[in-house]
Design a protein around this ligand. Structure first.
Ligand code: GLN
Length: 304
């Protein structure tokens, strides 16, 4: 398969089209990013790597990090995790509060903000140094020590974090947050602030395409059944109220972040990271969605 040629061709097509959408300006730090940045990296389970554009430039991975915090918590407590957070698509925006009242503080899934806050609470209850351990985990899955939090982004998000503060306090009122909301929110904002480039991100997620095993050190991060479960949640919940649309157009498990990144997994084949900061109305990268739609169409291969 000539992945490089296909990526180059699609990159050209998408770059020529009008770049719609807007930056995630509700987080001031993210409004400073060059809106025309566009990077891709595809890495295969047989150790090949193909990239184009701004694939070496780090960006704020935001909600993509929710995959990593979920996996860490899942490794720690196993299936009881699903007593604290569901696995149903919410059909609502990533920062919505509405369902929490009827669901009595149990978030619909771990990829909306409410669910990710509960996951952070679990990490705090089970780890002595959650932030350090999170970076260590990122190091293990990506064989890379150059992954870190961005203090500026944490500070920026904290300065406007009213919605997340409300979510965390509201869940706490139902007893589904054990720790102090301030501490939970601090971990959440730090995890969201992680900066990675497309190459690093594609490599870090490759184990999800490789039955739970990393390529670099052949370490089993998840067993096959757990890997299936994470990919399934990405498939059904990775794009909030646009998860159906992503499934319909792209046909791969994936996860987006408001920094404009998207990661998608083709089990047993590849992981691909796309970055383009302009977001559509649902908070997902406009060009990222477009690129991946054209990719699976051209490859005539998705999970379906
Ligand atoms: N840190 C962002 C927030 O809480 C993450 C949202 C996202 O990437 N969808 O609003």
């Amino acid at each position: 398969m000539n992945y490089q040629k296909i990526i180059n061709d699609i990159y050209k097509i998408v770059s020529k089209e009008n770049n719609s959408g807007s930056l995630a300006s509700y987080i001031p730090e993210l409004s400073k990013i060059d809106a025309e940045k566009f990077g891709i990296c595809l890495t295969t389970t047989d150790s090949q790597e193909f990239h184009i554009g701004d694939s070496c430039e780090k960006f704020s991975i935001q909600s993509i990090a929710k995959i990593f915090s979920l996996i860490m918590a899942y490794r720690h407590i196993g299936d009881v995790i699903w007593e604290r957070v569901g696995v149903e698509p919410s059909g609502t925006s990533f920062n919505s509060l509405v369902q929490l009242e009827s669901d009595k503080g149990i978030p619909r899934n771990p990829f909306i903000n409410s669910g990710a806050l509960v996951i952070c609470d679990i990490l705090i209850s089970h780890l002595t140094n959650p932030k350090e351990d999170f970076l260590k985990f990122m190091n293990t899955i990506s064989n890379n020590t150059a992954i870190n939090f961005s203090k500026k982004t944490v500070h920026s998000e904290k300065s406007v974090g009213y919605r997340n503060i409300a979510l965390c306090n509201y869940i706490k009122s139902y007893g589904n947050i054990e720790n102090e909301p301030k501490i939970v929110l601090d971990l959440y904002f730090n995890i969201c602030s992680i900066k990675m480039n497309c190459k690093e991100l594609a490599k870090a997620c490759l184990f999800l395409a490789n039955n739970g095993k990393t390529l670099s050190i052949q370490e089993k991060i998840l067993n096959s059944s757990q890997t299936k479960r994470i990919n399934a949640i990405m498939q059904t919940c990775g794009f909030y109220d646009e998860s159906g649309e992503f499934s319909f157009k792209v046909g791969l498990p994936g996860k987006s972040g408001v920094g404009g990144g998207i990661i998608a997994i083709h089990p047993n084949k590849y992981s691909i990271a796309v970055w383009s900061p302009k977001l559509n109305a649902k908070g997902n990268s406009y060009r990222g969605m477009k690129f991946l739609e054209l990719l699976t169409t051209r490859l005539q291969s998705s999970i379906f």
